[in-house]
Structures are given as structure tokens and as C-alpha cells.
Ligand binder design. Structure first.
Ligand SMILES: [Zn+2]
Length: 206
């Protein structure tokens, strides 16, 4: 049975890109969700804030829209979950050197088609950043930065650096100098894997 977890604000952010953290907001076993952190739209909002996925005003807008329109919030969350599954599938396939599944690409394109207008580039302090379409559904807005981040990464040279953790299956961008990183984080999965190997060696000897 799918395990529900309300600790959406504690999910580790190891992806290195928003789209990968978005994909890592569940624990996947194959293509099935084994552990869900987005139990409802409120938990999704907790995660958005935690991940810095969107500016504070847009997150507040989504939170109050969800209180006012619970049915629409449920539908928007369902679309976020579909997008997440597609992103996980696409990047997991690419990390394994497989050709991305047509169904995942179709789901990503369907989400792109729902954006009312593409984002604009706007000055934010001393740099340029994406500005998300104003006047669009406050409940859907949180999907777009992750969607756009995915489209950017899918066409970027760094795509070749997307990896799937050998221990927990989360996705991350390998920015290590030799591009030999195998785990989402050394502190968690890396040490667990090393301890497991150490135990297996000792066990084999005795
Ligand atoms: Zn891991």
C-alpha cells in the first residue's frame, strides 16, 4: 500500500535543479509511488515553500486559492502528480541511457500546452530570471517553474550529467569534477551503501 507522509517540508533537496527536486518529491519504486509527500494541496504548498519553487506571493496565492476552491485544488494537484511521474520517468530513462518513453514526453507536452503564455524574461536585481504569466490560475502556477526547468535541462548539455541514486533512486545532477557521483548524497545513501558493502565483506570472511 502507498505510504503517506506529511513531512513535505523535510524532503531532502538533492537534485541540483528544480525539475529534479520536483521529481524527487515522492519515493518511486520503478514507476510506482512507494512514498507520497504531497498528500493534499496543503502538503504540496509546504513542499513548494521548502523547495523555493516559486516566489512567496505566488505560493500564498496558491495556498489561499486551495482553501477557497478545494475541488479545483485537488484537480491541480492531480496534474502536478502526473507531471511529476512524467519528469521522473523521462530523467530516470535518460540517466540509464534509455530512450525517453513517448508517453512521458506526451505528458510533458500536454502540461506545456496548458501554460496560458510562455514565461517572460525579466530583470530581478542584477540578473534576468523567468517571470511567470500573471492572471493565470493560482493553483496551476506552481507547476510551471518545474515544467520550464525540465524543458531547459532536457535541451542542455548538463542532461548528460543526470544520474539516478544507486541506493534510493532519486535523481540528481552530477556536478562532481570526475562525474563519478553515484549517490544522491554521501551523508545518507553513500554511507549506507558503504556500510552495507563493509558488512557484506566481513560477513563473507567470517
Ligand atoms: Zn539516494
Amino acid at each position: 500500500m502507498k505510504e503517506h507522509n506529511t513531512y513535505a517540508g523535510n524532503v531532502r533537496l538533492v537534485g541540483g535543479r528544480l525539475c529534479l527536486d520536483f521529481a524527487n518529491s515522492a519515493v518511486f519504486e520503478g514507476r510506482a509511488v512507494a512514498k507520497e509527500y504531497w498528500c493534499d494541496y496543503a502538503a504540496f504548498v509546504v513542499w513548494l515553500r521548502h523547495a523555493g519553487a516559486l516566489d512567496a506571493a505566488a505560493i500564498e496565492g496558491a495556498a489561499s486559492a486551495a482553501l477557497a476552491q478545494p475541488a479545483e485544488a485537488g484537480a491541480a494537484l492531480a496534474r502536478a502528480v502526473v507531471l511529476r511521474a512524467a519528469l521522473y520517468g523521462l530523467f530516470s530513462d535518460i540517466a540509464a541511457g534509455r530512450r525517453p518513453a513517448e508517453a512521458d514526453l506526451a505528458a510533458l507536452n500536454a502540461a506545456l500546452a496548458r501554460m496560458p503564455t510562455p514565461p517572460r524574461l525579466a530583470s530581478m536585481g542584477d540578473r534576468l530570471a523567468w517571470a511567470w504569466p500573471a492572471g493565470a490560475s493560482a493553483l496551476e502556477l506552481p507547476l510551471w517553474p518545474a515544467l520550464w526547468s525540465a524543458a531547459e535541462l532536457l535541451m542542455a548539455p548538463e542532461l548528460a550529467r543526470v544520474r539516478e541514486c544507486e541506493s534510493c533512486s532519486w535523481l540528481f545532477l552530477d556536478t562532481s569534477r570526475n562525474h563519478t557521483r553515484r549517490w544522491c548524497s554521501m551523508e545518507d545513501c553513500g554511507n549506507v551503501a558503504k556500510a552495507r558493502r563493509h558488512y557484506a565483506r566481513r560477513h563473507a570472511r567470517s
